[in-house]
Design a protein around this ligand. Sequence first.
Ligand SMILES: Cc1ncc(C[n+]2csc(CCOP(=O)(O)OP(=O)(O)O)c2C)c(N)n1
Length: 322
Amino acid sequence: MNKDRSFCIRALTLMYSSRFFEEKTELLFRQGLIHGTTHLANGQEASQAGLCMALGDKDWIVPTHRCHGFTICRGSSAYSMFSEMFGSSHGLAKGLGGSMHMPDKDHLNLGSSAVVGSGIPLATGIAFDMKYNGKEGLSVAIFGDGASGRGSLHESMNLASIWKLPVLFYCENNLYGMSAPSSAMISVPHVADRAQAYNMPGLTVDGNDFDAVHEACLNALSYIREGNGPYLLEVMTYRTKGHSKSDRRLYRSAEEEERWAQRDPIMLYENKLIENGILTADEISKIRNSCFEDIEKQASKALEDSSDRLTEQEALDLVYAP
Ligand SMILES: Cc1ncc(C[n+]2csc(CCOP(=O)(O)OP(=O)(O)O)c2C)c(N)n1
């Protein structure tokens, strides 16, 4: 465990920010202030913060439709993300994308699309560009257990292995692809077992343990940085909300949800910090409150500014830009 106080505060801050962002998003949807759909990642904060805190400032990520937490942890402002969902021109895609489309070039985040598995070849392409044009850094293809059955992953892993590309295949296994349990959809016990077929290392770790994720990411990234080629890392986690906002979670039991609630990644990390004498309960509660207030403030400001919209012509010019 990294016991450096400022490191731990940063980890906690990122995880709270992701959690409060999702909670606020859910509320705004219920209030009818955001339209379309959204995919919340409550319960997956250790996976998001653990990865992003291991990345360097030349490393790119390509997230999935469940992208909010990674986008926050990579450094985008909650204001620009709420603005995106309000459809305002202050959004990361100037309000043209919504919840699933939050690219942020300044924070080396290519953004995602609604097409499951489509980001994997893009991340592999970034790694190809880096290797063949001698650029620094690496790229991370983030995908779910559901996406792991798509051909795009297998084609990308094969090429990345042959060409020894600097790419981390990062599988966030939250046990379900919509209502389909990963245990019934994947032919091997762990997604990481796929690595063997493509001649690269594969590892499965506890995705609700921030330190386990962070350490595994540091190891995988340094393997890649040394020029050894790609690495497949699978983090086991659980989305505590439904797949999207219309999902009532009828395919899983209350007992299962309760079991995972006992393994809430933020709660586990808070307990660890207290047990190790790094932060007191009082200090933790101050950090939690300040993250909550910050998200509230950014959401209010984004709502206030939400009538700033692109004109139809401005939108068309962007959509059809060369
Ligand atoms: C190519 C394609 N197939 C199916 C869908 C419908 N769909 C949207 S999300 C999803 C499940 C994805 O599961 P997973 O990759 O595990 O990610 P998670 O939603 O669990 O984060 C599916 C099947 C889609 N959007 N794109």
